[in-house]
Design a protein around this ligand. Structure first.
Ligand SMILES: Nc1ncnc2c1ncn2[C@@H]1O[C@H](COP(=O)(O)OP(=O)(O)OP(=O)(O)O)[C@@H](O)[C@H]1O
Ligand SMILES: [Mg+2]
Length: 265
């Protein structure tokens, strides 16, 4: 069954000249230096870059989990910048899905209860045909009554994927979703993510350190020192690895932390 969630293309989320500055004075860190990026609807985008390059910061600002210092974030047509906390919480509940490295399932709930939790919190009823499709796609039909402790890591992450997908959010953000999985379970989760993009038109943005994981995406964006420095379309693991090698050698020469005053004055 193909359910076309997001026909027609367009931009699911975007950052427009986004700066993120942590701290002040000597302790100041510029995590994002004027990042502009458009994330296409119905695409699978990977974000890569060295540790500390701003990947999680970019993802958190795009998802409305963290504020920006300057610039604008849009999810669909909604401008997040300047929204009240309550409006942001509503937006995260209805338009955004999350998958974390640590799965973040509630241990006392069954797989099914975990998957339906965001909808229950939002007071929404699941579309039962869609729920069945999601469960079938993640291959969890015979595990719905199990608690997280009774599931393997890969199965737990597939529960987390189903939980993100069941509300059909505008965008799913995944921060190293395969970071705690062996390669086989990781491949299952990545195949599932890619299928939900191909078959259901879901938009997914994934941070990863793994060139092989990135090769499942349609597009890879490379960050270094808080800036987008490169990108690849239809990436192979080899092409991603080559780009990353280039970033590492460039990044190691930049030892002085930048100061906002120098950059924007
Ligand atoms: N709450 C914070 N306070 C101060 N500095 C922060 C904070 N969060 C992140 N940073 C800094 O911002 C920069 C970007 O951090 P970020 O977590 O986005 O990196 P990352 O690319 O996700 O790295 P990793 O691959 O290690 O997860 C880093 O230099 C980090 O130390
Ligand atoms: Mg990170």
């Amino acid at each position: 069954m193909t359910t076309n969630v997001t026909a027609g293309g367009g931009i699911a989320a975007r950052a427009a000249d986004v700066w993120k500055v942590y701290g002040s004075g000597e302790a100041q860190v510029i995590a994002l230096h004027g990042v502009s990026v458009e994330l296409e609807r119905g695409h699978f985008t990977a974000i890569m870059g060295p540790s500390g390059s701003g990947k999680s910061t970019l993802m958190h600002t795009l998802a409305g989990l963290d504020s920006v210092t300057r610039g604008d974030i849009f999810v669909g047509d909604t401008r997040l910048t300047g929204m009240s906390d309550k409006a942001l919480t509503d937006l995260r509940r209805t338009k955004v899905g999350f998958i974390f490295q640590q799965f973040n399932l509630l241990p006392t709930l069954t797989a099914e209860e975990n998957i339906l939790l965001p909808l229950s919190i939002a007071g929404r009823k699941p579309d039962s045909a869609w729920f069945d499709t999601v469960i079938k796609t993640v291959g969890l039909s015979d595990r719905l009554g199990h608690r997280p402790s009774q599931l393997s890591g890969g199965q737990q992450q597939r529960v987390a994927c189903a939980r993100a997908l069941v509300s059909r959010p505008e965008v799913i953000f995944a921060d190293e979703p395969t970071g705690n999985l062996d390669s086989r379970s990781g491949a299952e989760v990545l195949s599932f993510l890619r299928n939900s993009v191909r078959e259901f038109g879901q938009t997914i943005v994934m941070v990863t350190h793994d060139p092989n994981a990135a090769s499942y995406a349609d597009r890879v964006i490379f960050l270094a020192d808080g800036r987008i420095v490169d990108e690849l379309r239809d990436p192979t693991a080899e092409a991603v690895l080559d780009k990353l090698k280039g970033l590492d050698s460039a990044g190691s020469m930049d030892l002085a932390p930048a100061r906002l005053a120098d950059e924007v004055a």
